[in-house]
Ligand binder design. Structure first.
Ligand SMILES: *Cc1c(COP(=O)(O)O)cnc(C)c1O
Ligand code: SF4
Length: 336
């Protein structure tokens, strides 16, 4: 915890930006020149309050409630509408918890809930109801997960997820990655993160060095949904990672009113590849309680996907997938 001014001064800048994230929807709307009285804000967002860092707000258009970045983070009254089929744990994560904080659903790879914190709260997040406290992430203590990995030689890839693993300090990450490095059967380290997107300054020289120094082949999977999220600040921040030979991929979620138009998806792939990032997955929305208003109908998603294939080179078409509890891989969707 922050205990005084001297400590605050010694924190890296990105941590200060994270601590100063805006959590009041009214303040955010005023800042963007939107009258809060015209917006249906929820009375209570419970355990999943609004959270958005300044660096992300700067990429939002003022005076525009339909701005695609704003729409991803602004809590709306519609979240309290209970829609049939929308569940608290839509992808069966609780069943898949192999050890404390470790999820193994797929062959050869396991996902470590390395922390519960995120710099941004995305309203459509499928983990918005995930009981992190009961899954070891609260303590940031990974010993049980590491023991499990050591015992399971068939696991060759470890995925750091969360929350957002890059909300951990460089020191904590270094410790964790060094311990993973020592597990001989692990070949690859994958980091699933949205943090550099919302706080580009998170890519510190120290972080680049940690990722460069591990013997594990390192892949970073970013989470960018709209081309407006990619600006020169983000591109410059990612450059040291590309130079260090770290593979950059992107996963996006198909969101109604945000990125469900062909032009937006084409512009997203163009902007990604220009930033050195390859499109990987385009996920259909996980049907999590409170996110019903983001869902794109299946027929529309399938139509969009065909149109994307008609416009984009094959290597810039992300795989459209849906996650289904109990399946051995993410289910391809919209293939023709
Ligand atoms: C999505 C996911 C993965 C990664 O799947 P890939 O197809 O390898 O990208 C791994 N483990 C869990 C639990 C997941 O949800
Ligand atoms: S950054 Fe990822 S884990 Fe965190 S709230 Fe957004 S979608 Fe969920």
């Amino acid at each position: 915890m922050i205990t005084g001014i001297p400590l605050e001064q010694h924190r890296p800048d990105w941590q200060k930006q994270m601590a100063r994230a805006i959590s009041d929807p009214v303040a955010l709307l005023r800042r963007l020149g939107i009258d809060p009285a015209t917006v249906d804000l929820p009375e209570d967002t419970g355990r999943f309050p609004m959270r958005v860092p300044e660096a992300f707000i700067r990429r939002m258009r003022p005076n525009d409630l339909s701005d695609p970045l704003l729409q991803q983070v602004l809590p709306l009254g519609q979240e309290s509408i209970t829609e049939p089929g929308f569940l608290k744990d839509p992808v069966g994560d609780l069943d898949a918890c192999a050890g404390t904080g470790l999820l193994q659903k797929y062959h050869g790879r396991a996902l470590l809930i390395s922390t519960q914190a995120c710099a941004v709260h995305c309203r459509y997040c499928f983990r918005r109801h995930f009981p992190y406290q009961d899954n070891g992430a609260q303590r940031d203590d990974w010993s049980e997960s590491l023991d499990y990995l050591v015992k399971h030689q068939e696991i060759t890839e470890i995925i750091l997820s969360g929350g957002d693993p890059l909300s951990l300090s460089d020191q904590r990450l270094k410790t964790l990655i060094q311990r993973l490095d020592e597990i001989p059967h692990l070949l690859r380290l994958r980091i699933h993160t949205r943090q550099p997107v919302v706080i580009p300054d998170r890519i510190t020289p120290g972080l680049a060095e940690i990722l460069e120094n591990t013997r594990l082949t390192t892949v970073m999977v970013l989470h960018i949904n709209h081309p407006n999220e990619i600006d020169s600040h983000l591109r410059e921040s990612l450059a040291p990672l590309t130079r260090a030979g770290i593979m950059l991929l992107n996963q996006a979620v198909l969101l109604r009113g945000i990125n469900d138009e062909l032009n937006t998806q084409v512009a997203l792939s163009d902007a990604l590849v220009t930033a050195g990032i390859m499109p990987y997955y385009l996920h259909l929305l996980d049907r999590v309680e409170g996110a019903g208003h983001f869902e794109v109908r299946e027929a529309e998603a399938a139509e969009l996907y065909v149109a994307m294939r008609e416009q984009l080179p094959g290597y810039l078409v992300p795989r459209m997938v849906r996650e289904e509890a109990g399946k051995a891989f993410k289910t391809p969707f919209g293939t023709v």
